[in-house]
Design a protein around this ligand. Structure first.
Ligand code: NAD
Length: 425
């Protein structure tokens, strides 16, 4: 593809698909990787993270050719005031298969729809994956934060994020109200007067491919358990159906000695279930109860798979247990496709001040390296970040919670990690 305002790097090779159905890619040692720096603190954390990812790649015999793409404010500056997400940004990510992005601002209530959601939907990045693990030295509100080692798989394309909703006062919302009341016989549920209505679609396709991805991850990464988290006791035909379809995947698509679908797990205690040795157990839990168990029985949970909204709440809550937004990484996965991005947003108040913590973006890069099969570089990143933080060298957000910590700017913190990479390599 030829690009108009994007500069294609003059070195490096494209990542190619090996087997799309089975999520396999061919990764050269010198891949071209698109990057969106992002809005707000994106301008601080993205250059810092790039430097660290380059250092880890080079220390393990690889070289990344970055291809800068534009979205949000940087796209408006380059392409014109009404262009937030240029087609060529989407196409470049589609073509190059694996990319990384900083945060993008979404105005509340007015303006354009979330660019993050648009990217995930357009590229069919159906699984939002957030590994939540403790790094030595990070301040946490929990007594035993090191017990947290969980990976959440959040459905990315449907549920409330499908965006099927109508605004109060419009003709459309009244048409939907009439249909639901008159045709569907729900005539005593909705209050009179202005109302907003949204639709929550949860499909067999969306649910099964997400749960399948979570189970495959558990098998590949030697995890013991996949927990399907939903609110199926109340929303039986959406959330409950997600649980049923998920359990069907576990039951029908894998041999019992590899994946064991725990019967009646919503209502039984786990230790009453007889699990074949070495099998990944798949169970169901209700979302409200799960929020308390995550704190009270942290070490019992491993991989979680959830519809979109539950995943949003639960993964942020899990992130808080191990130190919060500044360090929480994530990635969006499709078929032979990945877009790494931190959990946090653009934190406009801290933008452009060389203050923000780049750890979340760096560890999102670690998840990307993991996907590329660069295990050594991924481990090196983890160890160098942990070493830096546990020596007390941190950005402002962690320094104010650590006694005797040394407050570094975004850049200086990235340099300290690079030094540790060199030392540990
Ligand atoms: P936010 O994550 O941007 O910030 C919340 C608070 O967390 C900040 O005030 C700051 O104190 C702290 N924080 C976040 N990241 C930090 C970092 N790296 N280092 C240090 N402190 C950090 O959430 P918000 O204020 O709700 O959202 C701001 C904007 O970001 C909104 O427009 C929102 O839509 C957008 N957003 C984008 C994404 C994304 O791009 N994936 C995700 C969440 C929010």
């Amino acid at each position: 593809m030829s690009y108009d305002k994007v500069e294609v790097p003059d070195s490096g090779q494209k990542i190619e698909v090996k087997d799309e159905e089975n999520d396999e890619i061919y990764v050269p040692d010198d891949p071209i990787i698109p990057i969106i720096h992002g809005d707000g603190i994106g301008q601080d954390v993205a250059p810092a993270a790039r430097k660290v990812l380059d250092a880890a790649a080079e220390a393990t015999g690889r070289n990344i050719s970055w291809m800068r793409l534009y979205a949000g404010q940087s796209a408006r500056d380059r392409y014109g005031e009404d262009v937030n997400l240029p087609d060529e940004t989407v196409e470049a990510i589609r073509e190059h298969r694996v990319a990384i992005k900083g945060p993008l601002t979404t105005p509340v209530g007015a303006g354009y729809r979330s660019l993050n959601v648009a990217l995930r939907q357009t590229l069919d990045l159906f699984a939002n994956v957030r590994p939540t693990y403790y790094l030595d030295g990070v301040p946490s509100p929990m007594k035993a934060p090191e017990e947290m080692d969980m990976v959440t798989f959040r459905e990315n394309t449907e549920d409330v994020y499908a965006g099927i909703e109508w605004e109060a006062g419009t003709d459309e919302v009244e048409q939907v109200r009439d249909f639901v009341e008159d045709e569907m016989d729900f005539d005593d549920v909705m209050h009179d007067g202005p109302i907003g209505i949204g639709i929550k679609p949860i499909s067999e396709k969306g649910s099964k491919r997400l749960v399948r991805r979570a189970i495959d991850y558990a098998i590949e990464h030697d995890r013991d358990k996949v927990t399907l988290v939903h609110k199926g006791n109340i929303m039986k035909f959406t959330e409950g159906q997600f649980g049923d379809w998920g359990m069907e995947v576990a039951d029908e698509e894998y041999p019992d000695d590899e994946v064991f679908a725990a019967p009646d797990s919503l209502w039984e205690e786990q230790d009453e279930v007889d699990i074949p040795e070495d099998a990944v157990m798949v169970e169901e839990r209700l979302a409200d109860a799960m929020l308390q168990w995550m704190q009270l029985r942290t070490d019992e949970f491993d991989v979680l798979a959830m519809p979109n909204l539950n995943g949003d709440y639960l993964s942020d809550a899990a992130g808080a247990q191990i130190g919060g937004l500044g360090i929480a990484p994530g990635g969006n996965f499709g078929k032979a496709r990945m877009l790494a991005e931190p959990v946090h947003g653009s934190a406009p108040k801290r933008a452009g001040q060389n203050m923000a913590n780049p750890t979340a973006l760096i560890l999102s890069g670690r998840l990307m390296f993991d996907y590329l099969g660069w295990d050594e570089a991924a481990d090196l990143l983890h160890d160098a970040v942990e070493e830096t933080i546990s020596s007390g060298k941190v950005t402002y957000d962690l320094e104010r919670q650590i006694e005797g910590g040394e407050k570094l700017g975004t850049d200086e913190y990235a340099d300290a990690i690079c030094e540790n990479i060199e030392r540990l390599a």
